[in-house]
Design a protein around this ligand. Sequence first.
Ligand code: AMP
Ligand code: ZN
Length: 487
Amino acid sequence: MKQNLFVYNTLTRKKEEFIPLNAPHVGMYVCGPTVYSDVHLGNCRTYISFDLIFRYLTHLEYKVRYVRNITDAGHLEGDGGDQGEDKISKKAKIAQLEPMEIVQKYTVGFHEVLQIFNVLPPSIEPTATGHIIEQIELVKEILAKGFAYEVNGSVYFDVEKYNRIQDYGILSGRNLEDMLNNTRTLGGQEEKRGKLDFALWIKAKPEHLMKWPSPWSVGFPGWHLECSAMSHKYLGEQFDIHGGGIDLMPTHHSNEIAQNVACCGKNPATYWIHTNMLTVNGQKMSKSLGNSFLPHELFTGEHSILNKGYSPMTVRFFMLQAHYRSTLDFGNEAMEASEKGFKRLMTAVSLIENLKTSATTEVEIEPLMQRCYAAMNDDFNSPVLIAELFEAARIINSINDSKLNIDLTNLQLLKNMMNIFVFDILGLKDEQAANNDLPQILNFIVTLRSKAKSNHDYATSDQIRDGLQKIGFQLNDSKDGTSWSKI
Ligand code: AMP
Ligand code: ZN
């Protein structure tokens, strides 16, 4: 199946066969969040889409090194991310906290949310602040190659000069003249020679909180630079996939390409994969537009636009029912339909174990399984895959109702197929089954704690009690033993 995977490449604007540079290894870099606020559901859509891609490549037995960064410095306000205040510093000042307290809080929150959505962690999750030295080195190299200039302690990338060696609009498909004509000159940009030039290093104002010494000034790196520095460090000068939301493509990703080409003469990634936006009433969900909501508001239903709450797996299923390159509009009706569909699929899966086999078969599973692979091989087409899985659910229900016969070989293939596509690749979980197991798991933990206590290991027993409390369970000790309750 491996050789048949086709991927839509933004760089060439067509679907291309996926051929890694160094199979079976695959290097994939995805731009991570700026951790200055809670991730909203739109951000989650992008990471769920890349989780699907990561899971499928892994299923195809590629050894994927998946690098997804954390932006914890350098992302300024404004469209291009290099005008105004640093988003994290600004939040820290308002909250009267250390910037790193902001970073810690929202990084932890980001991880928790992704875990709830059953998103697998990346192989490496580097931070911008952990790679200041690498970024300074990269600025030096770009300066040495003549594609950047220094003004008053800040360093800017010279886009027009770069455009002479490679088209700056190679990714966005826009031409430089049009971009120059359509870009406003903003106040505070006087140091830049060209309207499209962007900052590689920014001299810090005295009140700026996160700053580091460099050959040019005490300052901080530009946002676009971190991804070039970290992808270069962990995946090399050239790697297979670079991804992110489509909103990052025109500026952030175009600038990343420019930086890499200027420094090493090479386009960093073979395939550029961009996920489309989650919208609300047709408008991109975004914090600044005020139309975003948080995952937990969706789970509890506590938001004015929601009729009720939906479980995390219903939300994941809803997102996977759209192709990652299509926009997806959030709405109650669509969510309710997904809830029903997800239940139907899970009910069918739960019936498989008890299906009876016959000596003969009236159904062949192999062609269905081939169609599931064909869907995923066609640019990770999860909605088509889900349609095939509904066909499998229909077959399961018919067998269960004794309306269709299946033999043992086909039943085993069917089980295998559902395990692979529903759980491993789509990354869904049977929430009902998970809830059913919970009392047993908690009773087991309570037994471990009692053991620790009877061994006078109070540190461990307290750690277990506090840990459970944090995730919403209260332990009640009495002379008859320990019981637990939900807080
Ligand atoms: P940010 O923290 O703003 O840099 O965003 C993190 C990731 O979420 C980026 O890859 C964005 O492209 C993506 N993103 C932001 N808003 C949405 C949205 N409404 N739908 C899907 N992805 C989004
Ligand atoms: Zn990036």
